[in-house]
Design a protein. Structure first.
Length: 308
């Protein structure tokens, strides 16, 4: 594992409402990290600085652009002396960020962009990307599995990043998270600790909630009975974006069966669209509806939603 401490360059774009509103994150420090790629193969960090420094006709930005040569923060991210500011990197009307983290990504998260493709050496850029994410996780005590989310996960109907650029380099999102963990473990950079003169306070140990796994047969039932038919219907209807949404939903259900947490929006979608109607239908027809309730509670547990 690469133990390099990469330098972070800071060259900020001008304050302007459509790119850098100049206001602080409402959480103070970044509460989570959104893994993006630029969707612009071959364009490096400098090119994106120039683009966003003069952009006037649309609202968009991100905090940091990482290529094979540099890590360039173009909006203060809170890694240095200046407090983290807002950037416009996830469209406001998606609700996945609010459901999962309690905030709009633009108000509470860093947008971390991987530059890729063209003449950009993937391995060198990826190494810096992993390192930067690991630095942020250590600095703000974030858990890579819980607090790094891709733009695609937040906005699956519209966005493919950063999974598309990782695939370009032969990597998956799961591998990215594993590499960030390894970089955190291997890292030799030191962070300022608590003042040594302060008395050591007995800190309550953080409870480590046990992430429940979705039972395999429940996951299989949901995918085969509901999600796959919905996907097929959308494909026949020519709605590829909706079909892709159901692919993602099935992947998340499989993830829950493997012990990953299920996005709350996915849990609610499955219950409202399928399990709840199935429960009422079974009851009305004099069949035992209990299994639908059991499945709904299992999904809620995986999504961290209290049992109903
Ligand atoms: Zn993005």
């Amino acid at each position: 594992m690469d133990e390099t401490n990469y330098p972070i360059e800071r060259r900020y774009v001008a304050v302007r409402s459509n790119t850098r509103p100049g206001t602080r994150l409402i959480t103070g420090c970044p509460a989570f990290l959104v893994a993006h790629d630029t969707g612009n193969p071959g364009a490096g960090a400098d090119a994106h600085f120039r683009y966003f420094d003069t952009l006037r006709d649309r609202t968009a930005s991100a905090h940091v652009f990482i290529d094979d040569k540099r890590i360039l923060e173009i909006i203060p991210a809170g890694t240095g002396d200046q407090a983290a500011e807002k950037a416009w990197h996830v469209i406001r009307n998606v609700t996945t960020d609010n459901e999962r983290f309690g905030y709009d990504a633009n108000d509470a998260a860093l947008g971390v962009e991987l530059c890729y493709g063209g003449g950009i050496d993937f391995k060198a850029a990826y190494g810096r990307y992993v390192w930067y994410l690991s630095f942020c996780c250590r600095k703000w005590e974030l858990d890579p599995s819980a607090h790094i989310v891709t733009h695609r996960q937040l906005d699956p109907m519209r966005k493919q990043d950063c999974e598309q650029s990782l695939a370009w380099g032969g990597k998956s999102f799961a591998e990215l998270i594993a590499d960030v963990r390894k970089a955190m473990a291997a890292s030799s950079f030191s962070l300022p600790g608590p003042p040594t003169s302060a008395p050591a306070l007995p800190l309550p140990s953080k409870p480590q909630p046990q992430q429940p796994k979705l039972r395999q047969e429940i996951g299989d039932f949901l995918i085969v009975s509901y999600i796959q038919p919905a996907r097929r219907f959308m494909l026949l209807a020519g709605d590829k974006a909706a079909a892709a949404h159901y692919e993602r939903l099935a992947a998340n259900v499989r993830g829950a069966a493997a012990g990953l947490s299920l996005p709350k929006s996915n849990c609610q979608e499955i219950i409202y669209n399928w399990l709840s109607p199935a429960w009422y239908k079974a009851k009305a027809e004099g069949r035992d509806p209990a299994k639908y309730h059991v499945m709904a509670e299992a999904l809620r547990a995986c999504a961290g939603i209290p049992a109903s």
